[in-house]
Design a binder for this molecule. Structure first.
Ligand code: NAP
Ligand code: 8YV
Length: 316
């Protein structure tokens, strides 16, 4: 008999097909009343597949009394109640590293876009402003190569961003709670000082309670009207109300945002600002990387069920 696996939400079709071929899978999100379904059938499942965006709660685990393993699509752990899983002895896997390149690429794309005004220039051409007789020419942008880059969070992805930025000749410093041993870049223990120093501040810390509103009004004030912020971490890491206010009042230079406090809701006030680039949480969203994440989700689950080993167990 195949092992029963509960799938929280929709996944890549290729992953769903692979899971369905190897296991007896049920899609929780498709049940008319997921809570009632869990109450009635939860005891049948040994594995649970979720994602960084959906996660799991202690209450869900309570309804899965025979659960042994959880495999999550994504590297973020902020929506995964790891303490509840640990208390039950449930193994949890996630997908670090395979997405470093694409998240770092998108951070650079946003940085280049806001610095060089690429999206704004695109809108300028499309609305015919370039060919309008007597119209103002497109305003000058800011130089990226050789500029000062502050990176907030310097783990797998933060360091991947630094290596890309080094190729642009950027002067790089970073902020974390602990300096990274052997890193060839300067550690700045005070985030507000990093913001004061840099031209571009890229946020790529972990999410969750420990980093909530780390980038606050004081940090944005220090960044100043010629400073730009890029967020590819979690919306919660920046005080979004303070960010919107700083942008509307032009107290910071601009922002490139992949993540928001209440996704998919983006503050309307940002829609009219030319110095802001908004994308819908797509940093890992390439065919290649999402497939690699899907493969890791499957391999973590299958590895655990086969011999109790995962390629990438979450830090518990
Ligand atoms: P990681 O290797 O665990 O790095 C996390 C970094 O955050 C570490 O350098 C850590 O340093 C720092 N950090 C944690 N708490 C901090 C605090 N209070 N103050 C300052 N720095 C702090 O994780 P990763 O693989 O690079 O991923 C980072 C995050 O990116 C994920 O957790 C996820 O939320 C986000 N992400 C977003 C997307 C997207 O689609 N936009 C995709 C992938 C990942 P210290 O512990 O020394 O402070
Ligand atoms: C995921 C992410 O695409 O890995 C993460 O933490 O934020 C993204 O890569 C997304 O969260 C999947 O649910």
């Amino acid at each position: 008999m195949k092992t029963r696996i509960l799938q929280a939400g929709r996944l890549l079709p290729s992953l769903e097909a692979r899971l369905a071929a190897a296991f007896d899978t049920v899609l929780l999100a498709e049940q008319p009343d997921p809570q009632a379904y869990l109450a009635e059938y939860g005891a049948g499942f040994e594995g649970f597949v979720t994602s960084a965006g959906v996660g799991f709660t202690a209450a869900t685990l309570d309804r899965l009394p025979r659960l042994r393993v959880i495999s999550s699509f994504g590297v973020g752990l902020d929506k995964l109640d790891l303490a509840a899983a640990r208390a039950r002895g449930i193994a949890v896997g996630y997908t670090p590293d395979v997405l470093n390149d694409c998240v770092a690429d998108l951070a650079m794309a946003l940085l280049l876009d806001i610095g060089r005004r690429v999206s704004e220039a695109d809108r300028f051409v499309r609305r015919g402003a370039w060919t309008t007789p007597g119209a103002k020419s497109f305003p000058l942008a800011r130089k990226v190569s050789g500029a000062k880059l502050g990176i907030v969070g310097f783990g797998r992805i933060g360091q991947t961003i630094a290596r890309r930025a080094a190729g642009f000749g950027m002067d790089i410093r970073y902020h974390t709670r602990r300096p990274v041993a052997g890193a060839p870049w300067l550690h700045e223990p005070a985030l507000v000082e990093l913001a004061r120093w840099c031209d571009y501040l890229v946020v790529i810390t972990a999410g969750g309670a420990g980093t909530r509103h780390l980038v606050n009004a004081e940090v944005l004030e220090a960044l100043g009207p010629r400073g730009f912020v890029v967020n590819v971490a979690r919306g919660s890491v920046i005080d979004e109300a303070a960010l919107v206010q700083a942008l509307v009042e032009r107290r910071i230079g601009g922002a490139g945002l992949d993540v928001f406090e209440d996704e998919p809701n983006v503050p309307r006030a940002l829609f009219d600002l030319d110095n802001v680039v908004l994308v819908p949480h797509i940093a890992s969203g390439t065919e290649e990387t999402r497939q690699a994440m899907a493969d890791r989700v499957f391999d973590n689950l299958q590895g655990f069920l086969r011999d109790g080993r995962m390629i990438s167990p979450a830090p518990m």
